[in-house]
Design a protein around this ligand. Structure first.
Ligand SMILES: [Mg+2]
Length: 572
């Protein structure tokens, strides 16, 4: 039985997620079969993201994305429920944001502790996780209330031991349990939307549930400022291995994912630390952002001020620095961090150039002509002009080399509805015009843009350039509605949908924790030391990274994030 009906969740909630798992498994199986048939017949094969199969899931959700991994949804739900007791609620049903959190958890579990093909979720339930509806995780993360580490005391054993297929090994089971115990021992999932609800402004700061509306933006991130911490000494708790299980490449959106919308990476030391730890353990990091300042490296550096200062103070080594990339303009300008802790353009052409080496796939920027680019920009500009006029928007249009933007005039705000209308209109017009290049028309929260290229291409270029497979790649972003620019990444890799930098921080902490990094290495110091007077400084091998100072430095000058122009601030 499956449903999300209150009072029945205790008995139906987990089965509902098993049902979703089964639908996804069926969809993946049919996609794999079609791919194999096309391969054997010698037909030109589209990418797996473009294959359309008549699965039940596709019929129920026509816009469903591509699944590059299986998703242990039941396991994620049970772990989430054990931590937060959502099936015990009597008046408030499971929310969209909670489902989003569960899907995110399932995705990172799948990448860190993948379970084998052909294994049904029912088997997993029998011989895998011991977490059942009545099982709880204690504050220390240990399983209690009758659950055992190998699941043999699971109340649902008998009723679900009919799935057939191979049994999981004890080793796999133990791995799974360790992974979820690690997650359970972490702090709570950021759920500021709930706090906002309690203030009576229930619509504010929530991910919009309408498939065509954009999530509203949160105010400038401030929480991490008070969380500035003296955590670095605990790096001695790090495991000695150089690489961790899990994604080999993590791509990040910029605005509202790594830093607040329109702001810079300044005062988020926890996030800086987790990015540092990932690089240190062999993960490639790429900021794949709509922000496009061509190859003016200083403009991207300005947006990443605090992060680059952190890397510099920690003396991040060359081989780790060189795994940090930024892809500006979605997929147009590729830069890499150098040993001087500054960004440098990656060579486009010639042997080893990123454009040259990715020309084998048709959508690569290396195959674009300036005439095709001009066609998209001309049509977009004309459409924006018409939208501006029709909706009396207090906005102006700016055109760059690879994008056109509709941005608010000074001190004006464009309503979300007007931005969504503008975006959906131009999406339709460009599709009807059958433009030949990939593009991305999106609502940026305060503005609307059409970029030539999109994040699907950006991530694919990175995968190809770095030799990393889609299932080893994770994209993290905040704009996964069909008017958002992270939406396109769903076609090329697993994704995690967050709503603000605080959630990004939590996801990275989860990845590191699930991958085996001890909690001590991720936590603050002991309670007594936690709130030292110099709480805004992070100890770095005897030195201190002063995030307040990093913020002050960049606050003396600001940058128009639309145009990239520097603005010197007036000082008293
Ligand atoms: Mg964003």
């Amino acid at each position: 039985m499956h449903s999300f009906v209150l009072d029945a969740l205790d008995t139906t909630g987990a089965d509902t997620f098993s049902h979703f798992e089964m639908l996804i498994d069926e969809h993946r199986r049919m996609t794999d079969q079609l791919s194999a048939e096309l391969n054997s017949s010698g037909c030109a094969q589209p990418s797996i993201g473009n294959l359309i199969v008549p699965s039940r899931l596709k019929q129920l959700v026509p816009g469903v994305g591509t699944f590059y991994t299986r998703l242990p949804l039941r396991k994620a739900f049970e772990a989430y429920n054990a931590k937060y007791g959502i099936t015990k609620r009597r008046y408030v049903c499971i929310s969209f944001n909670e489902i989003r959190h569960i899907l995110n958890l399932a995705q990172i579990i799948a990448m860190i502790a993948p379970y084998s093909q052909g294994e049904s979720c029912l088997n997993m339930k029998v011989n895998g996780m011991s977490l059942g509806p009545t099982t709880r995780l204690s504050a220390s993360g240990l399983i209690e209330n009758g659950g055992t580490i190998d699941g043999r005391n699971n109340n649902n054993n008998n009723s679900n031991n009919k799935g057939g297929g191979g049994e999981r090994t004890m080793r796999q089971s133990e791995t799974d349990n360790k992974v979820l115990e690690a997650w359970a021992s972490m702090g709570d999932t950021p759920r500021r939307d709930s706090e906002d609800d309690s203030s009576g402004d229930s619509g504010k700061n929530k991910v919009a549930e309408s498939p065509t509306s954009s999530p509203s933006r949160k105010p400038i991130e401030r929480r991490d400022r008070s969380d500035t911490c003296d955590v670095e000494d605990s790096l001695s708790h790090l495991p000695t291995q150089t690489s961790l299980p899990g994604p080999k490449l993590i791509c990040f959106d910029g605005d509202q994912t790594l830093y607040s919308d329109g702001a810079n990476f300044e005062k988020t030391p926890k996030l800086a630390k987790y990015l540092y730890l990932l690089l240190k353990h062999g993960v490639a990091i790429a900021v794949v952002t709509a922000a496009g300042y061509e190859y003016q490296a200083d403009k991207y550096e300005f947006r990443l001020t605090g992060l680059l200062a952190y890397f510099k103070e920690r003396k991040l080594e060359r081989e780790n620095l060189e795994r940090f990339y930024i892809f500006g303009g979605e997929c147009n300008y590729l830069l890499r961090l150098g040993t001087d802790y500054k960004l440098h353009a990656v060579r486009e052409d010639g042997p080893g150039g990123w454009m040259t080496s990715t020309k084998y796939f048709s959508e690569s920027p290396g195959n674009w002509s300036e005439e095709q680019v001009k066609t998209i920009l001309d049509k977009s500009e004309a459409s924006f002009q018409q939208s501006l006029k029709d909706q009396n928007m207090r906005a102006r249009i700016i055109r760059k080399k690879r994008s056109v933007g509709l941005i608010p005039k000074v001190d004006e705000k464009i309503p979300r509805e007007a931005l969504d209308e503008t975006v959906l209109r131009i999406q339709t017009e460009l599709e009807e015009a059958k433009v030949t290049l990939p593009f991305c028309a999106f609502n940026g929260g305060r503005d609307a843009w059409v970029d030539v290229g999109n994040k699907r291409v950006g991530v694919q270029v990175l995968q190809s350039y770095l030799g990393i497979h889609p299932e080893e790649t994770l994209h993290i972003g905040d704009q996964f509605l069909n008017t958002g620019n992270d939406f396109a990444a769903r076609c090329i890799c697993p994704c995690v949908w967050i709503t603000d930098p605080e959630e990004t921080t939590y996801i990275l902490k989860s990845i590191l924790r699930l991958a085996g990094v001890p909690l001590m290495a991720l936590m603050y110091h002991s309670a007594g030391e936690e709130k030292k007077a110099n709480a805004s400084k992070v100890s770095v091998g005897g030195k201190k990274v002063d995030f307040e100072e990093a913020g002050r430095r960049s606050s003396r000058v600001s940058m128009d994030v639309y145009t990239g122009e520097y603005i010197k601030k007036m000082t008293n």
